[in-house]
Design a binder for this molecule. Structure first.
Ligand code: ZN
Length: 440
């Protein structure tokens, strides 16, 4: 691959998992960075001969891979981690989360909560968050301050909140936010209608039109619980996927988050229309929503990405845990130990998320020309040796605390397990202030 710009640095780990189609783990190779991009992945001796004297991060016991893409979260809700547990979705939302949001979810809350989520995410190897929450302008500010890559949700919900008064107001605010930030290299945008039970037909129609006009993905909770489906049947005479199909909503832009309860024909429909399903195994388990038919979705050819959901229903933003759970659940629910192998879980957490967000030409794999969103995981801890297959280790044995280095757009944001830009003590004291307010 010809040089695009002057190479600036080398990363030389024990293993490289590029997540490029068909590529296995590479040994004795280096990633060549050129500014914010990957210039090449080369055998180490060749990289050193071509680029003598270039600064080199030697990682002799590490696996290097693309940064993890958390394809569904509500970053600011990290301030509500552990606020209400052991409840089903609707009681959790109606009796605890929505009342707390009515009182506390201000612009300042979103800025601090998103910054907290970013700190946790970076330390755990996540380099891109697909966010859905109120005051996305504040989430954008947090992303720009910390260096995080974020897909910001232009949220719309039928009822008023502290952020906006009605569906048109939500859309106006979100679109103005997009206009202000559309040239920021690390930010992208999705339309984010909350869910079938909180969004009306006219609003869905408006969202579908905007998605087409502005070429934006759509980020939507869908078929999360049986109750959601029963309510739709009672109110609209059909299941939510059927309702959305009539509204012209199914297509490659759609990220159907959760999709726990699906009929066979709905799985075929999601595959036929090229929709993405965003699997959030921890959230589905904790809220007792059920077991998503991931094995069947993969077999049908659906693009399946992976998310944590908000920290209030998880209670972690830990994509290593989601990979491991996704793999285990798919095996157990299909009775097939090969239903979701380690390599497939790694793809779900990287390139499949990038594809869902329309960013697969920029992130999701380590290939020449892509952004240098890279993580290193040290596989030398005593509970990780011996290592026969690094992909297997990353999913089944390692965890987020083994992440040592994180780069976004070539910029080091975690070095030797420490945040580079963020000041943890300042952040902790702001979080303590919110804790005092919410606890009261
Ligand atoms: Zn959610």
């Amino acid at each position: 691959m010809a040089a695009m710009t002057t190479p600036t640095a080398l990363i030389a780990p024990r293993w490289i998992l590029t997540m490029a189609d068909g590529a296995g783990p590479l040994e004795n190779h280096a990633v060549v960075l050129a500014g914010d991009r990957i210039q090449a992945v080369l055998p180490l001796p060749e990289a050193q001969a071509l680029h003598p004297g270039l600064p080199c991060t030697a990682l002799p016991t590490h696996a290097v891979m693309p940064g993890l893409v958390n394809t569904h979260t509500h970053a600011a809700m990290t301030l509500m981690r552990g606020l209400a547990d052991d409840l089903p979705l609707m009681r959790w939302l109606e009796d605890h989360i929505w009342p707390a949001e009515r009182t506390h979810a201000t612009a300042e809350f979103v800025k601090d909560g998103t910054t907290l989520a970013i700190a946790e995410s970076l330390l755990g190897g996540v380099t891109c968050l697909n966010d859905m929450y109120f005051f996305p302008e504040e989430a954008a500010a947090a992303a720009l301050e910390t260096g995080m890559r974020m897909a910001l949700g232009i949220i719309v919900i039928e009822f008023p909140t502290r952020y906006a008064s009605d569906p048109q107001d939500y859309l106006d605010r979100g679109l103005a936010m997009r206009d202000r930030h559309k040239h920021d290299a690390r930010l992208s945008f999705c339309l984010a209608p909350h869910a079938p039970y909180t969004v009306s037909d006219p609003t869905f129609e408006r969202v579908a039109m905007l998605a087409e006009q502005l070429d934006l993905p759509i980020h939507l909770h869908l078929h999360e619980t049986e109750a959601e489906i029963q309510q739709s049947v009672a109110q609209y005479g059909c299941r939510p996927i059927e309702r959305l199909s009539r509204l012209g909503f199914l297509g490659p832009r759609l990220m159907a988050v959760h999709a726990v309860h699906l009929l066979e024909e709905e799985i075929r429909s999601l595959a036929h229309f090229g929709c993405t399903m965003v699997h959030c195994p921890s959230s589905n388990l904790k809220l007792a929503s059920g077991f998503a038919p991931v094995g069947e979705l993969l077999a049908a050819g659906v693009n399946v990405a992976l998310g944590t959901d908000g920290a209030a229903s998880n209670n972690r933003l830990d994509m290593f845990e989601e990979m491991r759970l996704a793999a285990f659940l798919a095996k157990a629910t299909t009775g097939d130990a090969a239903a979701l192998p380690a390599e497939a879980a790694l793809r779900m957490a990287t390139i499949c998320g990038a594809r869902a967000l329309g960013l697969d030409d920029r992130i999701g794999s380590l290939e020449p020309g892509k952004q240098a969103d890279i993580i290193a995981v040290d596989l030398d801890a005593i509970d990780l040796v011996p290592c026969y297959h690094p992909a297997s280790h990353l999913v089944y044995a390692a965890g987020r605390r083994d992440v040592s280095h994180v780069w976004i757009g070539g910029e080091p944001l975690v070095r030797n397990g420490e945040l580079v830009r963020l000041h943890v003590d300042q952040l902790r004291s702001r979080v303590q202030g919110w804790h005092t307010q919410l606890f009261a």
